[in-house]
Design a protein around this ligand. Structure first.
Ligand SMILES: Nc1ncnc2c1ncn2[C@@H]1O[C@H](COP(=O)(O)OP(=O)(O)OP(=O)(O)O)[C@@H](O)[C@H]1O
Length: 238
C-alpha cells in the first residue's frame, strides 16, 4: 500500500509561535487515522496545517506524492482534502440543499448520493442552516465536504456537543464512508475510545509532536498505555 499523506518533520504555528514541533507521521492509502492528545497539544493545528491555514516554518507535507507544503487552501480542496471544521460553519441563511450545492465539484458524490447517505438531510432539504439541530448540522457539514468529492475527510471533533444516540449514528456513518465508500478520515476527537473504534491507525500528540503511533485496535486494547498517554483508565474491550 502506498503512502497517501506524509508529514515530514513539520514545524508550524501561528505568527512566530511554534505549535507543531518536528511533527512526523504517514498514512497509507485507504487507512483512517485518529489524532489524540490532551487539550492544547496541537490536534486542531495539525488539521489547520494540512489545510494550509498556519505558517509552516520547516519540514514538508506530501499528499498523493506531491509536495503541498506551500499550496493555498483552495488547491488542497481541489486535490481531495475534505475539511469538516470544528464549528461546522453551516451557512445559516441558506437551505440545506443550497449549503450542499454551493460547494459542489464534479465526481461521484452529488446531491442525490448525499441524500441517500444522510436521509435526514433530504427530509430537511428546504430548511435553513440555522433551523437544524446540532446533529443535523454535523451531517450537513460532512455532506458539504462530500460534495467536494474528497479523497480524505478531515473531521475536527465531529461529536462535540451531540447527544449519545446521534454520536453513535455519526460514528457508524463515518466508518461506513471508509469501509463501503472507500473514503478514509483523519479524526480529531476528545474521546479516544470513540476515535479508536472509528479508525485503523492512531497517533498521540504531546506538545506538538508525535509520542505514539500504531494501530487503533492495539491502542484501544492497551489500557495501561492509554492511561499513560491520555489519562484514560479503560480499554475499548476486554
Ligand atoms: N489561531 C491561533 N493563533 C495563535 N495560537 C493558537 C491559534 N489556535 C491555536 N493556538 C494555540 O496553539 C496551541 C494548540 O492548539 P490546538 O487547538 O491545535 O490544540 P488541540 O490539541 O486541538 O486542543 P483542544 O483539544 O483543546 O482543541 C494552543 O496553545 C493554542 O492556544
Amino acid at each position: 500500500m502506498s503512502e497517501m499523506l506524509v508529514f515530514d518533520q513539520v514545524i508550524a504555528g501561528y505568527g512566530n509561535a511554534v505549535v507543531l514541533d518536528r511533527l512526523g507521521f504517514s498514512l497509507k492509502q485507504g487507512q483512517s487515522l485518529a489524532v489524540l492528545g490532551r487539550n492544547g497539544v496541537g490536534k486542531t493545528t495539525l488539521l489547520e496545517t494540512l489545510m494550509g491555514n498556519t505558517r509552516v516554518m520547516r519540514g514538508a507535507i506530501r499528499w498523493c506524492g506531491e509536495d503541498i507544503t506551500r499550496w493555498p487552501a483552495h488547491w488542497r480542496v481541489r486535490a481531495g482534502l475534505g475539511w469538516v471544521p470544528q464549528e461546522r460553519e453551516v451557512f445559516p441563511s441558506l437551505t440545506v440543499a443550497e449549503n450542499l450545492t454551493v460547494v459542489a465539484r464534479p465526481g461521484r458524490w452529488n446531491l442525490q448520493r448525499v441524500y441517500e447517505f444522510f436521509p435526514r438531510l433530504k427530509e430537511r432539504r428546504g430548511n435553513f442552516g440555522n433551523q437544524l439541530s446540532g446533529g443535523e448540522q454535523q451531517m450537513l457539514a460532512i455532506g458539504r465536504a462530500l460534495m467536494t468529492n474528497p479523497k480524505l475527510l478531515l473531521l475536527d471533533e465531529p461529536m462535540e456537543g451531540l447527544a449519545p444516540i446521534i454520536v453513535e449514528e455519526l460514528a457508524v456513518s463515518i466508518r461506513r464512508l471508509c469501509e463501503r465508500e472507500g473514503l478514509p478520515s483523519i479524526v480529531v476527537e476528545q474521546h479516544p475510545v470513540l476515535a479508536l473504534e472509528m479508525t485503523h491507525q492512531a497517533i498521540v500528540l504531546e506538545r506538538g509532536t508525535v509520542v505514539h503511533a500504531g494501530s487503533s485496535h492495539a491502542l484501544a486494547n492497551d489500557a495501561a498505555l492509554l492511561d499513560k498517554l491520555l489519562g484514560v483508565g479503560i480499554a475499548v474491550s476486554a
